[in-house]
Ligand binder design. Structure first.
Ligand SMILES: *Cc1c(COP(=O)(O)O)cnc(C)c1O
Length: 402
């Protein structure tokens, strides 16, 4: 039988990395030592009190049954306490918080809750690919909001056609931003909240990187903006903050009517997060700030090693104030895909080509700081030792526009 996949799958953007993946396996088979700076997955372990709590909770037979759909009330209470302490924001744990199987799950499902076929969703470009995929699965039309360096990688809302804004149902934003590493001010958030109110658009903010920040900077929550709860929800994750990507736990907070729609979708699709994992999540959220501070220090040192090393071959880098990514402009002589292949073959350094995050990501690569200092130093050494790359940057003609 010939299996014909559903049209929604064929509407997803093409998977551009097949060649890269093949090249990666070929080089690995040949025994080449690859330094993988491609994946946004922390290399640091989950801290032991969280693991201890999981193993205790796993022994409790009450946790062996189906969890509740909206998540343990005790977990949601821990979230509301964390939000109060961290952002000064009050949330009702009963109605304004929902446990998610990782924030990716909620981000993918929110479009099913809000979007009808042919509805428009405003999606940044470049961006975490799940926003667009969720919209496509719901039958909606993603409308790209270019994030350009001239505008500090913030969307220019005033440039959106009024007719498009009027038809839009949902707007996604994400600051601190993956892949660009930039942050947004409360003033920017206020502008976005006003825009969403004016056009009656549900605002979905992704705050996955709120705790991975540097130089003393502390990223805000959109819920700090007055009136945000009338139009917005905010996705959050324990993955990056507490090195828990494998545990699959996140949450969403904000407008109760919007949260209720997501709850309704989820009730029909999944059955919640293993309660022992939610108990471990409570442990994480109550953990001493010191532990997260250590994580921040580790990424900051890595960021500085890479930036200083690459600056010496004239590769200019904007130091990110948050996230564990560097978003680097590449010489205009090659595409981001070609440059990525070039780095992999010549230096054994794996990065992510910007085009993988949308067409406005062309001209950039993303580097994830998820390997040790030693490996980062080795990566810098190899890149600097490569004559061709050095020459590219000495003749630097780095200009691009999407
Ligand atoms: C990692 C990441 C997420 C997803 O995290 P989960 O592990 O699903 O909680 C969401 N948004 C962005 C921008 C990310 O980089």
């Amino acid at each position: 039988m010939r299996i014909e996949k559903a049209k929604r799958l064929t509407k997803l953007p093409p998977y551009l990395f097949a060649e890269l993946d093949k090249m990666k396996s070929r080089l690995r088979e040949k025994g080449k030592d690859l330094i993988d700076l491609g994946i946004g997955d922390p290399d640091l372990p989950t801290s032991s009190p969280i693991i201890k709590r999981l193993s205790q909770a796993a022994k409790n037979p009450q946790n062996h049954r189906y969890p509740s759909y909206q998540g343990l009330l005790s977990f949601r209470k821990a979230v509301s306490q964390w939000y109060r302490k961290r952002f000064g924001v009050e949330l009702d744990p009963e109605k304004e918080i929902l446990t998610l199987i990782g924030s990716k799950e909620g981000i993918a499902h929110i479009s099913l809750a809000l979007i009808n076929p042919e509805d428009i969703a405003l999606v940044p470009d470049p961006a975490y690919p799940v926003y667009e995929a969720g919209v496509i699965f719901a039958g909606g039309k993603p409308y790209p909001l270019p994030l350009q360096e001239e505008n500090h990688f913030l969307p220019s809302l005033e440039k959106i056609d009024k007719k498009v804004a009027q038809r839009a149902k949902v707007l996604f934003i994400n600051y601190p931003n993956n892949p660009t590493g930039v942050v947004a001010s409360r003033d920017f958030f206020r502008t976005v909240v006003d825009f969403a109110k004016e056009f009656n658009i549900v605002l979905c903010h992704d705050l996955a990187y709120s705790e991975i920040s540097f130089d003393g900077y502390s990223p805000p929550s959109i819920m700090e903006i007055e009136g945000a709860k009338e139009v917005a929800i905010e996705f959050h994750s324990l993955s990056k903050t507490f090195n828990m990507t494998g545990w699959r736990i996140g949450f969403v907070v904000g407008n109760r009517a919007i949260i209720e729609t997501l709850h309704e979708v989820k009730t029909n699709i999944d059955s919640g997060v293993f309660q022992a994992v939610q108990e471990a999540g409570i442990e994480a959220l109550r953990m001493n700030e010191h532990t997260v501070e250590k994580t921040r220090e580790i990424y900051q040192r890595r960021r500085d090693i890479l930036a200083e090393g690459l600056a010496r071959i004239n590769w200019q880098i904007q130091l990110p104030k948050a996230t564990f990514y560097l978003w680097l402009k590449i010489p205009s002589s090659s595409s981001s895909l070609e440059f990525t292949e070039f780095l992999m073959q010549r230096c054994g350094v794996v990065v992510t080509p910007g085009i993988g995050f949308g067409s406005c990501g062309e001209g950039y690569i993303r580097i994830a700081l998820t390997v040790s200092e030693e490996r980062l130093e080795e990566a810098v050494k190899r890149i600097r030792a490569d004559d061709l790359i050095r020459r590219e940057f000495l003749n630097a003609k780095i200009k691009r526009k999407c």
